[in-house]
Design a protein around this ligand. Structure first.
Ligand SMILES: *Cc1c(COP(=O)(O)O)cnc(C)c1O
Length: 369
């Protein structure tokens, strides 16, 4: 027996690389290419640092109020934390205490399995179909809870309210978490269903659509019963999660609806252009409802494209995992970044086609025409 036997044994989540240099194009972590609202800058600049000597509002009351107002909810329906990852892990701890396994798709946000391992929550994954679609009927079975990302990641596919409703109707005995990290980029929110389903918890983040990944802010929306269970868990682990500066920045971001909508529009316009360009190079990809695309090429392995782009200082995401290891997840960047990405891909696809043709000629498979 060794103390080593008692150390935690988990497979940690691996985030997109954050290279230690400045001159590269970063399309691997679904960050927003545009800065946060100028009102966030003003809120941080004008922040009264004298107040830092005091603890922040323990339950982030002013931030929660601003979120509740924007979403048309009451403050008792909202919980705010240090990024969605913090909120999700508290929610898992607070809401998944059954002996039955919680269920989620085999292809989804890979943090789910990490939290289940670390919190010792039993889980089972349910395969998505060959087109990466989630079949809601698969979720109408006994379980200790359900987690769905809608739109899903890394597939980029968003589903409508009937889909969420079908999952909820098949799970009246379970808490259903819907992770809406990407919903602002064209997905459909389940917020209208909160009135009908007290077992529904919706999760959002400031990291993607509000350009605040570096600030660490996220929130949950649900019935007062679910939200109080999360507060109770937070109060037992870390009473003051959101710091005062982050709260001020978050309020400013939530209140600047105009900037938020304008930024979304820019990202969506670039996404549509990127999608078209990729398809013109024979890539296959679903229509994205997110700020990234999930693309595969029929002739060139994703890992080769990934390696080539990395050499060109363009970082995208490749998952060395069954079923998706021939896909690339590419974040939508600025128009300039997107142009460089498209040019690099065109060069590589062209070169590969040329090589394939040369190879075929040399081996006598085809003759010069
Ligand atoms: C990015 C992401 C999150 C985490 O966001 P943070 O608020 O930055 O922790 C949660 N869920 C999904 C599906 C994401 O892609």
């Amino acid at each position: 027996m060794s103390w080593r036997d008692n150390l935690i044994k988990i497979e940690p989540y691996v985030a997109g690389e954050q290279p230690n240099k400045t001159d590269f194009i970063k399309l691997n972590a679904n960050e927003n290419p545009y800065p946060p609202s100028p009102k966030v800058l003003a809120a941080v600049r004008e922040f009264n640092t004298d107040t830092l000597k005091k603890y922040p509002s323990a339950n982030a009351v002013p931030l929660v109020n601003a979120i509740a107002k924007r979403e048309g909810l009451n403050p008792e329906n909202v919980f705010a934390g240090n990024g969605t990852d913090d909120v999700l892990s508290l929610a898992f701890r607070a809401l998944f205490n059954s002996d039955k396994p919680i269920i989620f798709p085999d292809i989804t946000y890979s943090f789910n399995t990490v939290w289940c391992d670390i919190l010792r929550i039993p889980y089972e994954t349910i395969p998505v179909d060959e087109s990466f679609n989630i079949n809601p009927a698969d979720y109408a079975r006994e379980n200790g809870g359900v987690v769905i990302a809608n739109p899903n990641a890394p597939t980029s596919i968003g589903r409508d309210l009937d889909f969420i409703r079908e999952i909820l109707d098949g799970n009246i005995g379970s808490v259903v978490i819907v992770d809406e990290a990407y919903v602002d980029f064209g997905g459909v929110t389940a917020v209208p269903l909160l009135k009908e389903y007290e077992n529904l918890l919706i999760i959002r983040t400031f990291s993607k659509s509000r350009s605040l990944a570096g600030m660490r802010l996220g929130w949950a929306m649900g019935s007062p019963e679910l939200i109080s269970a999360i507060y109770a868990t937070k109060d037992s682990m870390n009473s003051y999660p959101v710091d005062s500066i982050a709260q001020a920045a978050g309020i400013a971001a939530i209140e600047d609806e105009e900037y938020f909508q304008a930024t979304l529009k820019r990202v969506i316009t670039t996404r549509e252009r990127l999608t078209k360009e990729l398809r013109s190079m024979s890539f296959t990809l679903p229509d994205s409802q997110t700020n990234f695309v999930f693309a595969a090429h029929p002739d060139i392995p994703a890992h080769e494209i990934f390696g080539y782009l990395t050499e060109q200082d363009i970082y995208v995401r490749w998952f060395n995992k069954p079923r998706i290891d021939n896909h690339l997840r590419i974040t939508v960047g600025t128009d300039e970044d997107t142009d460089k990405l498209i040019d690099a891909l065109r060069d590589f696809v062209y070169e590969k086609r040329w090589q394939a043709r040369e190879h075929a000629l040399n081996s006598g498979w085809v003759t010069e025409d």
